[in-house]
Design a protein around this ligand. Sequence first.
Ligand SMILES: *Cc1c(COP(=O)(O)O)cnc(C)c1O
Length: 403
Amino acid sequence: MTKKTIPAAESGRAPLRSGTRLVTGGRDTDLYHGFINPPVYRGSTVLYRDVETMRSRDQRYTYGLRGSPTSEALEDALSEMEGAAGTVLPNSGLSAIALSFLTVAQAGGHVLVSDSCYQPTRLFCDQALARYGVETEYYDPLIGAGIGHLLRDNTVGVLVEAPGSQTFEMQDIPAIAAQCNARDVCVIMDNTWATPLYFRPLDHGVDITLMAGTKYIVGHSDAMLGTISANANWWPHLRRMFDIFGIVAGPDDIYMGHRGLRSMHVRLAHHMNAAIEVARWLETRPEVARVIHPALESHPGHAIWKRDFTGASGLFSFELMPGPDEALREMIDHLRFFGIGYSWGGYESLAVPFDCSSYRTATTFAHEGPMVRLHIGLEDPADLMADLEDGLARWRAKGGGVV
Ligand SMILES: *Cc1c(COP(=O)(O)O)cnc(C)c1O
């Protein structure tokens, strides 16, 4: 049967816009008897017609771990979005991080990791990679082309993440990648915040890009999923590691990712606009010392964000004026619409106090008042601002500071 996919680029036509690519990518309705979506293939055993077919090794599906029409549908859609040679789907964002490092690491090697990375990335590097003789060095996320001075003969990979987890530093990805590309050092990016909708890492010199699909791909806080996509150079190495480890997402979770993907551009547009509205409003509040959101002109990395990114998602931080912990707890504990929880990217808003000073090693993050990370969900931003306004009143009532 012929594949009724919509071609990514037809000659003589403009390339598809990202929203269209996201809706059409990886679709093969002939394969599904006309149904729009792929079926969920649950399975371990895959049968062969006869011994000869088994020995020939050219049957398309062979084993539960080795892929199915369900996993291929999402892999193909993501590869199209990323402009990647291929994509694999491990069972969480964290396992995507681990598998990406394992694809490039070797005993005696050295990896460079941004000091503002997702914190569990550090645990993997310090507690797993270290045991296998791979050295991790943390670097200032604002290093830019200066990364060239840290590259050694045994450097095998550089992890970038922009904006940084919790503190939202914007990294100059093209400048870092240019140094690494020239020395054949693999650049790995954690692109969970922007997704390929708002930043396509492989177009900017990144070799391997990963996401916690758990967040905006799934989009409804109801499944865990990782995604890793690679350029043509690194794809065979990534695929081999993925097959060796067998850390794969289950078919139902992959399906939830597939389902979430098709509306991600609509959701992200709301997350973006609502988050910018709330962030700008917070900037006017006397209880707030600063708001850290790359799309605000006040952000030190705003020029880089504007140059490289085409949008922003719903996660940012702010610093309160100095005040007692009781005032912070009183403010956060009684918010109506903001839950207290870590995994963001769903339709619901979240507020989490954080303190990153305990684990950073290459840089210090200076702040005087308490830090709060917000995820702006799909609620009406007017309700969210009213909720935060009440929270800020509780902050003041318990002795929290104002300008
Ligand atoms: C949440 C997150 C991860 C990990 O994803 P899980 O699916 O929860 O394991 C990785 N990177 C970033 C930036 C994240 O925010």
